[in-house]
Design a protein around this ligand. Structure first.
Ligand code: C2E
Ligand code: MG
Ligand code: MG
Length: 878
């Protein structure tokens, strides 16, 4: 419900006021009328009541209507004012309207009052509305003005570039900042968006355009992008572009307003921080490595790895100067292995640059390889590694440039002042480590090597001895330890002076090393005492020979030092592994004890074990005797027949050598063959054996004895001769034997030495009609696949297996296996060393074709053999 109309009425006659009120009510206007008579009451009424309208008499006893109008205009200018008067002249009425009254109504015509009031109220409402609108408009105008001014000021004052793009008309507005920032003048760019996009870096242009289009069509409000922009001078700026998209009712983008911030510096700064961080990473990584690593090569490798993995470099390469040359040699590299490529493809040019860096001890930095003429030769290499920037830093040790560290980075401008400072520090740290390691190596060297001769000292020697003993234990080989003491060395020192003594020791060491070559290791135990490890020593006689013919002989040759001639005599103590001792301590002690004994005795050298000395002496005696003898005077051939196990007939003959020693009598091969082999005499003796056997066979044939094939044993040394087959051919031809049925027995281990070559030899023998048997089969652990490859005719099962036949254990099974294996390879099987009937029966049952042994016959002299053949022929002439 509408609230009643508030009416303030200035009227001294209460009845008149009542009439007016009634007139209004009658018209349907609900009103609350307050009547006042005085000025004070009127003013109070205006303020407190806040009337919607004022009705006023013209003249009152204590007040007047014009004054009331005036007061109303002042206090409540929007409140309409109507005069109600009994008598109001024309003039006063016009005056009243001029003064601001809305209307006047005569008391006699109150019927007009309601419409007058209504009109007045309407006018008042309209006026108030107008005034409000005006005020609002004025305020809006003021705001707009302020805002335009503010925008202009901001656009002016900001460092950023402000832009405004009218999408429909494709006009792009820029503030002045754009020109200032990027150098474009007012007419430089066409007004549309595509002209602007043309100055975006070509690498990013398409992407930026795509993303803007997507933002416009996807309904995005805000759009942010970061890209590179080409300044008018061609340089590149990085910008952060933010836009606000305005859309029409249909959501179509009509306008985009935004700001473009030049973040080039910030970006460069960030990049720089990132780069510095990575160099710091490398620095700390390498410093940790330096503390941990004490090997130069390992340090270089690790440094290069860290540079790539922590430093994000593309290429890291360390090269060291090769002394005495102009070359720089790679020590380590990581990352793109094209580092070595540069050495291969442009070695000279690169060496020259690296040399200069080392000499000047100044880093060489190239921040844009494509623009560097000096390093143009590296361009291809750099491109292959994906490097745009390169730094070559000197590695300086003790004031000398010793090498370079080269780092390659993917981007241009990677090496700036600060980064270079850190990298220089890094190179210095590596150099420091090199220096340190070098000193450490020197100390180590002194700790383990004899400074005078350069050979291992006692400490290192002991260590090496232990290693060699471990190795010997592993491959079940033998080892000898010799301690050599120079006699009367003290006098040389005293008489000729220490420097001569030193020079002499050096010369002695050189001589000893010359003799040992690959067979031994020399060390200086101290003073005038040397030690030698001889590995793989076959037996004590070989060692004795090395001592006599090597060490003693070489020292016997006069030495020239400081224009003087010295003859050196020495004493040697020898201990053997495993015979004398199994550990380094024991072996060294034994050798030194043997040395003491040698010094006390007249012997120049002694073994630790007396029996050894005896044996050596004996075998040397044998050697001596054998050397003296004319072969054919000293040796005789015995023959042992082989039998066909089925028929019991003689099926073959093996020729076995014997030595006729004047003092001892007949010596079996075990007593002299090793000496013949060790001295090389076996070659000559072997040929003689072949000749003798062939000649005897020919004699038997000529006598009509129909001798079966004759087998001759071949030693390793003979078979290894390059011209072995030729030699056999020569000897056989020289005997003039016709249709000689010859077989060679070669032991299994020799056969397996060099299969390829042996196959060729055996084929040639076969072509010559000479058969081959693998002797002592089963002792050489040869693999079956090898045996299958060899063109041989027979296997001779070793005597040790035959011995086991009829005993407990797997012996029998092994023999049967060998037999069937040989048969599967189409080989004949011969069993040697058959001594019992049981063995013979077993072998026969196992399918073994031939047998040889004391059961059937011992080796016989040629004459007895001939008689046997004769007898066999007599009993079975076929
Ligand atoms: P080998 O070639 O295996 O010869 C067989 C050896 O077994 C011979 O010993 C022979 O006397 C012996 N033997 C044969 N039957 C029996 C038996 O029933 N019981 C026993 N306990 N032994 C038997 P020998 O003559 O002492 O020859 C030993 C080795 O010396 C030969 O073994 C062979 O490797 C080598 N040898 C012999 N003569 C020559 C030769 O002229 N030149 C070369 N390089 N080596 C030879
Ligand atoms: Mg044999
Ligand atoms: Mg044998």
């Amino acid at each position: 419900m509408q609230s009643p109309l508030k009416v303030l009425m200035l009227e001294d006659v209460a009845a008149d006021a009542e009439l007016a009120e009634r007139a209004l009510r009658r018209f349907g206007l609900d009103c609350a009328l307050a009547r006042v008579e005085t000025e004070a009451a009127f003013r109070a009424g205006l303020e407190e009541l806040q009337p919607d309208i004022v009705l006023s008499d013209f003249s009152l006893p204590a007040f007047d209507g014009f004054s009331a109008l005036k007061i109303t205009r002042e206090l409540a200018p929007d409140t309409p004012f109507i005069f109600i008067s009994g008598t109001m002249g024309e003039e006063a009425a016009i005056n009243a309207l001029h003064q601001g009254a809305v209307d006047y109504v005569l008391k006699g015509n109150l019927l007009r009052l309601p419409s007058a009031v209504e009109r007045a109220l309407r006018l008042a409402r309209e006026q108030a509305g107008r005034r409000r609108a005006e005020a609002e408009y004025r305020r809006a105008m003021d705001d707009l003005k302020a805002s335009v001014e503010r925008f202009a000021m901001v656009a002016q004052a900001t460092n950023d570039v402000i832009w405004d793009w009218d999408v429909a008309r494709d006009t792009l507005w820029w503030n002045e900042g754009f020109g200032q920032r990027f150098g474009y003048g007012p007419g430089d760019l066409a007004p549309g968006m595509s002209a602007f996009q043309a100055i975006i870096h070509p690498d990013e242009r398409a992407r930026v355009r795509r993303e803007l289009e997507r933002a416009l069509s996807a309904g995005t409000r805000y759009r942010t992008d970061e890209y590179r922009l080409l300044r008018k001078d061609g340089s590149v700026a990085t910008v952060l572009d933010r836009g606000y998209v305005l859309r029409d009712g249909d959501g179509r983008a009509v306008r985009v307003i935004g700001a473009l911030m030049d973040i080039t510096q910030r970006k460069q700064h960030e990049d720089k921080i990132q780069r510095l961080n990575r160099v710091y990473g490398v620095l700390s990584g390498i410093n940790t490595a330096i503390v941990r690593i004490h090997d130069r090569g390992e340090l270089f490798t690790e440094a290069c790895r860290i540079a790539i993995e922590h430093g994000n470099f593309r290429l890291s390469w360390i090269g060291l100067a090769v002394s005495g040359t102009k070359r720089i040699q790679k020590a380590a590299e990581h990352g793109a292995s094209a580092g070595s490529l540069c050495l291969n493809t442009c070695a000279d040019a690169f060496n020259a640059i690296a040399r200069r860096v080392m000499q000047q001890q100044q880093p060489l930095v190239c921040n844009a390889l494509s623009a560097d003429s000096e390093l143009s030769f590296m361009q291809e290499t750099a491109r292959a590694c994906g490097c745009q920037s390169l730094a070559i830093l000197p590695l300086v040790v003790a004031g000398q440039g010793q090498g370079v560290l080269m780092l390659g980075a993917q981007e241009t401008g990677a090496f700036h002042a600060e980064e270079c400072r850190l990298l220089t520090e890094l190179a210095a740290d590596i150099s420091f480590a090199m220096d340190y390691i070098e000193k450490e190596e020197q100390l180590n060297y002194l700790a383990y090597y004899d400074a005078l001769t350069g050979f291992p000292n006692r400490t290192l020697f002991y260590d090496r001895l232990q290693q060699q003993l471990d190795a010997a234990r592993r491959d079940k080989s033998r080892l000898a330890l010799l301690v050599v003491d120079i006699e009367r060395f003290r006098y040389i020192n005293d008489i000729c002076g220490r420097h001569v003594g030193d020079a002499l020791l050096k010369a002695i060491a050189g001589r000893l090393q010359g003799v040992l070559d690959e067979t031994g290791r020399l060390a200086r135990l101290g003073g005038d005492r040397f030690a030698v490890i001889v590995f793989g020593a076959r037996d004590e006689t070989t060692i004795a020979r090395l001592v006599e013919q090597g060490i003693l002989a070489t020292l016997r040759q006069p030495l020239h030092v400081e224009e003087r001639e010295f003859s050196i005599a020495c004493k040697i103590g020898i201990a053997l592994y495993p015979n004398d001792a199994e550990e380094a301590d024991g072996l060294l002690a034994d050798a030194e004890a043997a040395l003491v004994k040698a010094k006390q005795s007249g012997e120049q050298y002694l073994f630790y074990t007396p029996a050894m000395n005896r044996r050596v002496a004996e075998s040397l005696v044998v050697e001596h005797k054998l050397r003296r003898a004319q072969i054919y005077e000293r040796f005789v051939m015995h023959y042992q027949p082989k039998f066909d196990l089925m028929s019991g007939h003689i099926s073959g003959i093996e020729a076995l050598i014997r030595w006729h020693d004047e003092e001892v009598g007949l010596v079996e091969p075990v007593g002299f063959i090793p000496v013949l082999e060790a001295t090389g005499m076996i070659l000559e003796v072997g040929s003689w054996v072949l000749h003798r056997a062939a000649a005897d066979w020919e004699r038997w044939r000529a006598a009509g004895l129909k001798p079966p094939p004759i087998a001759v044993n071949v030693s390793a040394l003979q078979f290894r001769q390059a011209r072995f087959v030729d030699e056999v051919q020569r000897v056989v031809a020289a005997t003039g034997a016709q249709n000689l049925a010859l077989e060679l027995e070669i032991t299994e281990s020799i056969m397996m030495e060099d299969i390829e070559r042996n196959v060729i030899c055996l084929k040639r023998l076969r072509e010559m009609g000479i058969g081959v048997a693998i002797d002592d089969f089963g002792t050489g652990y040869s693999s079956l696949s090898y045996v299958a490859k060899l063109p041989v005719d027979a296997l001779k099962i070793d005597r040790s297996f035959i011995e086991n036949v009829g005993r407990e254990g797997p012996g029998q099974a092994i023999v049967s296996t060998i037999v069937s294996l040989a048969h599967s390879l189409n080989l004949k099987v011969i069993a040697e060393g058959i001594e019992t009937e049981a063995q013979a029966a077993f072998l026969k049952a196992a399918g073994c074709e031939e047998g040889q042994g004391y059961l059937f016959s011992r080796p016989l002299t040629a004459e007895v053999m001939a008689a046997q053949l004769q007898q066999a022929w007599n009993s079975d002439p076929s």
